[in-house]
Design a protein around this ligand. Structure first.
Ligand code: PLP
Length: 349
């Protein structure tokens, strides 16, 4: 309820949106200016294949353009993968407390999502590997995982990649890459080898989005990197012109403003432990996060807590759709937003 009410933003300027893991500092001013310029020409079709953005991403990450696909969001890329690789009688493998879109997209092409249990809110990569059968074509992994915020490290991914047969595509969802990288730096661990493993693993696609750290959720732009053969195979399923000219321009400019991302990333790494600590003092135990949100068991119907927080001007995400009827997920906001959440939560609980 509160989530959809929170989309009506104009009349709820005072609503504090902590329900969808967005960047609380807004888009980069560079991206905003580029998108405004792009709007002036929106009577003309844009370049249909995102070539400028593809080239910029290739230069930025040290990849060849043939290793990249740009799509209108990572959700769109996930659907393209499902359409290219799955169908009736086939399956994908994932975890049982992961991104809500995975089962919807897999079922939309007539395939099945086989879910391995996630003990302690974390992927068990051995259980994921064991769930693969002759009809499996894709493994869907969110790292860090949404909605629990937990991660596996680069060495664990390496071991998993060596175990999975090459005919199975591993779709690695790194929507929260920037946040996890900063936590790992502070903790002295290696979260991800980034795009490097695609060189040795033609069955790996690593996916990112402009929706989270870049602060561009509503423009809809994402991308993936993989072996050129896999990229060529899935590009056939992308609709020409599907990434709008405004989105291309905004994403391109946002890539130039890494300071803007760093601001969000540093705020998050400072604030997540502070919010988690305050919740612990109230007697709650949020799952340790490597992302920009906390998964929290509230010990009572989450829908009630959600509605009460909404009445206080805060939107969070109740986890009923995931089968966790007594848990909420709350995004880490600015220090002021987090204080407002903590005060409201203390009152409501
Ligand atoms: C937000 C999110 C995405 C999708 O983002 P788009 O806005 O569709 O690009 C993908 N995976 C996970 C785990 C997410 O949380």
């Amino acid at each position: 309820m509160s989530l959809y009410a929170s989309y009506a933003a104009e009349d709820t300027q005072s609503l504090i949106k902590l329900g969808a893991n967005e960047n609380p500092f807004g888009p980069s001013p560079l991206a905003l200016a580029a998108m405004q310029r792009a709007l002036l020409g929106c009577n003309y079709y844009q370049e249909p294949e995102n070539l400028a953005l593809e080239a910029a991403l290739a230069a930025h990450f040290g990849l060849a353009p043939q290793q990249l696909i740009v799509t209108s969001s990572m959700s769109d890329l996930l659907l393209i993968l499902c359409r290219a690789l799955l169908g009736p009688g086939l399956n994908a493998v994932g975890g049982d407390l992961s991104f809500f879109l995975y089962p919807l997209l897999v079922k939309s092409v007539g395939a099945e999502l086989r879910c391995a249990p996630m003990p302690n809110y974390t992927y068990d990569l051995d259980a994921i590997a064991a769930a693969i059968n002759a009809d499996t074509r894709v493994v869907l992994l969110s790292n860090p995982n949404n909605p629990t915020g937990t991660m596996f490290d680069a060495a664990a991914l390496d071991r998993f990649l060596d175990k999975v047969p090459e005919r199975v595509i591993i779709a690695l969802d790194e929507a929260y890459y920037d946040f996890a990288t900063e936590f790992a730096r502070r903790r002295g661990i290696t979260y991800s080898h980034g795009f490097a493993p695609i060189a040795d693993h033609p069955n790996l696609i690593v996916m990112r989005t402009f929706s989270k750290a870049h602060g561009l959720a509503a423009i809809r732009c994402g991308f993936g990197a993989a072996h050129p053969d896999l990229i060529a195979r899935i590009k056939k399923f992308r609709t020409p012109f599907s990434v709008s000219g405004v989105a291309q321009a905004g994403a391109l400019a946002s890539l130039q403003d890494l300071a803007h991302i760093q601001k969000a990333v540093r705020n998050n790494a400072d604030e997540a432990p502070r919010v988690a600590g305050a919740l612990a003092q109230m007697g709650f135990a949020p799952v340790p996060t490597s992302s920009n949100f906390l998964f929290l068991e509230v010990g009572r119907p989450a829908a009630e807590v959600d509605a009460a927080l909404f009445a206080e001007g805060i939107s969070v995400r109740p986890m009923a759709a995931w089968g966790a009827t007594t848990a909420i997920r709350v995004t880490i906001g600015t220090p002021e937003q987090n204080d407002a959440f903590l005060a409201a939560f203390r009152k409501v609980i």
